[in-house]
Design a protein around this ligand. Sequence first.
Ligand code: NAP
Length: 516
Amino acid sequence: MGLLPYKNEPYLDWSDESNQSALRATLEKIGGELGKSYPLVIGGKPVETEGDIPSVNPAKPSQVVGRVGRATEREAGMALDAATRAFESWSRTEPESRARILLRASGIMRRRKLEMISWEVYDGGKPWAEADAQVAEAIDFLEYYAREMLRLKDGVEIYSVPGEESRYFYQPMGVGVIIAPWNFPTAILTGMSSAAIVTGNTIVMKPSEFTSVIGAKVAEIFDEAGLPAGVLNFCPGYGSEIGDYLVKDPRTRFISFTGSMKTGLRINELAAKPNGQPWIKRVIAEMGGKDAMIIDDSADLEAAANDIVRSAYGYSGQKCSAASRAILHADVYDEVLGKVVEKVRTLRLGPPESPDVIVGPLISEPQFEKVSSYVEIGKDEAERLAGEDPGDPDGGYFISPTVFGDVDPKARIAQEEIFGPVLSVIKARDFSDALRIANDSPYGLTGGVYSKDRDHLELARRELRAGNVYFNRHITGALVGVQPFGGFGLSGTDSKAGGPDYLPLHMVAKTVVERF
Ligand code: NAP
């Protein structure tokens, strides 16, 4: 296939009035489509369910964005059946044809970009630039995995002994259950699904209950791209109602999960138990983080403060990669902290109705309650230097950007994933102390170092225990194909989405030797 070289999808320029008015017009148009119902789609056919899942606008919880079917074990079983049937032919479909479907889905998503951004704003409460970056990331996954499949379609070179030919190539695995979180509902759902599909597997797609409408839109795009019936079965439902069933079922060959540590560990445990299936289920799991940025005494302090703020508060800190700990060298502690607090006070908090809103709402009432409780814990454990007590959630799930200073590295707010706009600032004696504090976490997703000291950077390159380490820049917004993403420790299986090792996780490798 003659494809252009891979290139990341550019972001829209929100200082351009024409982009602003185009999005405003699309938001208005999509506003007229709110409240609709979306059925499950199993084997290419809509399936109505008895109950439904209402998805609300987190900036205005009284506004129902849509109602999505609510699968029970019955429908989840139907979806596994449909996926099992479709695997027979899809697994034998040429890799080029499978890759073309992804490229077509990418084209559709690019054409529908403003619409997808609008759904992100309504369903996910995303500020505009964040929503745009997410849709761009989804497009990137489609483009990158299509090319990756073409690279891998004939396997990889190995050696042969004289008189023989040894071949090493990949085959599809079977039925995959795709379980996605709400925080990157377009990008992660598209990424996990497209990787599974392009490698010849069929899937049961379960979006997060909080962003199920976006899930319906993603499924719709794959359908429009020409994916045969049964390859993608759209099966929204509550994780608590159908999650265990899907994971345990013997028809499931693998589970691709992104979400919290708690759920990921449960899935890993349940998947490991034999249940009559003639295989060991594979689990690809990307989980939480407690990501740290270290600032040493040689750093550009202004740039460091800017990037701490950007990494901690973009999308209200609801990113697995978000900086939730800033570890500052004692000699620069006061200066960096002062700058961070000053910058945090200028961040605009509110409904994502204009491009200057950086901190939008939290996704849901449970998330609002959880983060609010950590603000209370933080007030006991440390000194609050920015942020106010949360208001009434009926007016939107807003929590102001919060900074806690002089945090003990062992404090709960320094150890537990809060997943909100809350930063714990910790003082370190020196660089080794900072590194030790950063590594004192069960997680290991992202990490950053601001320093001009080569020895410090090289030490951190080796010793900072995180799957994605960034020097002298922000630590969020991993680009597909450029910053393959995945964590160490209890942050997951280090599967590096958007990287060269990702697609093989969805296939079995086969060695065939022929003697001549
Ligand atoms: P979550 O509560 O673990 O939910 C994730 C998904 O799992 C949802 O679709 C959920 O369904 C489902 N689920 C719940 N219980 C289940 C069960 N027993 N079996 C199977 N599935 C089940 O996580 P979240 O709150 O959506 O997402 C935030 C978390 O994701 C954070 O910890 C964040 O760090 C992590 N994250 C990690 C990455 C990464 O790449 N490492 C990226 C993004 C997010 P329901 O929605 O119906 O409950």
